[in-house]
Design a binder for this molecule. Structure first.
Ligand code: NDP
Ligand code: PYC
Length: 335
């Protein structure tokens, strides 16, 4: 393993992206999110993703200097055209107006279109909870996941993320793929030469498989929770695809044309302002929520993101460790 400080991790990501033709704005925005992923113990969306950024650029599937354009679409709707660039910069461009509109109307949505998307959603959710807002985010990916009862890929790994602000402490955030696991996690198993647990995927005939090569290249991933995850995956396809005028996961995969680049589609983010819902009663919602969290943790169960926040604390003190093979692959992109 190779140990890096958080600054070294950020510099490494940024230098690679700049060296491979990305604008400073994109290099910075992407380095921020992949460093945050590594810092929080989310290796599948950490520095590893920089390999995919460069591969997508070499395949001509991402605009390296795209400048996102913000449209004030409706009283509660903002649209950002990412112009074929990474989603991170488009989110940053739309965030101030999303917060303003949510505060003005109580609920607002940001629809990002035409973006190349590979990041974890909690990075965005936390920026909304920091503003005191409740937040949701959804995005499709490439069609890799079979619907419950089927065995051919239809859905992306289609994450859903939710955030709730907590006074004086880290927010309540969950962020999960509607597949049994993120595809990035299976890719990391393949890189490490490890089998995957049963339940993550099937072979081309729909039989359970623990071979990452089979699941990634020949068969299909599975949804979490059977028909329930399958329905949620379909919902993400609809509200972060046709509803916002962007591609479904199947359309994204067709656009990819076998290049194995990062997915290209849209993202939907919804922000809610409790102060508008509650008026003078605002504030109580935070205390009442704490009772819910206490009743979860009080019996020894953990909250989602707890592991991540603990990793964050450790990484701030000790830096992060990445596999040497990954470090070498990343360094090679500077040559
Ligand atoms: P996991 O299954 O690892 O975790 C999902 C969530 O569940 C996290 O919030 C996690 O918190 C929480 N959790 C895990 N175990 C427990 C537990 N025992 N008790 C309570 N909460 C728990 O994540 P996935 O593999 O499904 O997704 C990983 C990431 O991949 C996400 O950040 C997602 O945004 C990203 N992704 C991005 C895609 C894209 O298209 N951009 C596509 C698919 C995924 P904790 O982190 O603290 O463990
Ligand atoms: O890990 O499933 C995944 C994923 C898809 C796009 C970005 N991450």
């Amino acid at each position: 393993m190779t140990r890096l400080t958080l600054d070294q991790a950020h510099d490494l990501a940024k230098s690679i992206l700049l060296h491979n033709g990305f604008s400073l704005a994109h290099a910075h925005a992407v380095a921020d999110t992949v460093t945050a992923g590594e810092r929080d113990g989310c290796a599948s969306h950490g520095l590893y993703r920089v390999l995919g950024c460069v591969a997508s650029r070499k395949a001509g599937k991402v605009e390296a200097a795209a400048v996102p354009e913000v449209f004030d679409q409706a009283p509660s709707i903002i649209r950002v055209d990412a112009a074929g660039g990474f989603s991170q910069l488009a989110f940053q461009a739309g965030l101030p107006l999303l917060v303003d509109k949510a505060r003005a109307t109580g609920i607002a949505a940001l629809a990002i279109s035409r973006c190349v998307h590979f990041s974890a959603l909690w990075v965005e959710i936390e920026q909304l909870t920091e503003a005191g807002l409740v937040a949701l985010a959804f995005t499709p990916s490439h069609a890799w996941v079979a619907p419950a009862g089927g065995n051919r890929p239809v859905f992306g790994t289609n994450p859903i993320a939710f955030g709730w602000p907590r006074p004086g402490r880290e927010p309540f955030v969950f962020d999960f793929a509607t597949s049994a696991i993120a595809r990035g996690e299976i890719e990391l198993h393949r890189r490490a030469g490890k089998a995957i647990p049963e339940g993550w995927g099937v072979d081309a005939e729909g039989r359970p498989s623990t071979d990452p090569n089979v699941v990634l290249d020949l068969g299909a991933m599975l949804t979490f929770g059977g028909h329930k995850g399958s329905a949620l995956a379909a919902m993400v396809e609809l509200i972060a695809g046709p509803l916002i005028g962007d591609l479904t996961s199947a359309e994204s995969l067709a656009h990819d044309a076998g290049s194995k680049s990062s997915p290209y589609h849209g993202e939907l983010i919804i922000a809610l302002d409790p102060r508008r819902f509650l008026g003078e009663a605002a504030g109580q919602h935070l205390e009442r929520a704490e009772q819910v969290f206490e009743s979860i943790q009080g019996q020894g169960a953990r909250l989602p993101s707890q592991r991540r926040y603990e990793a964050r604390g450790r990484s701030r003190e000790q830096g992060v460790e990445i596999p040497e093979a990954l470090y070498n692959d990343l360094r090679a992109l500077l040559e």
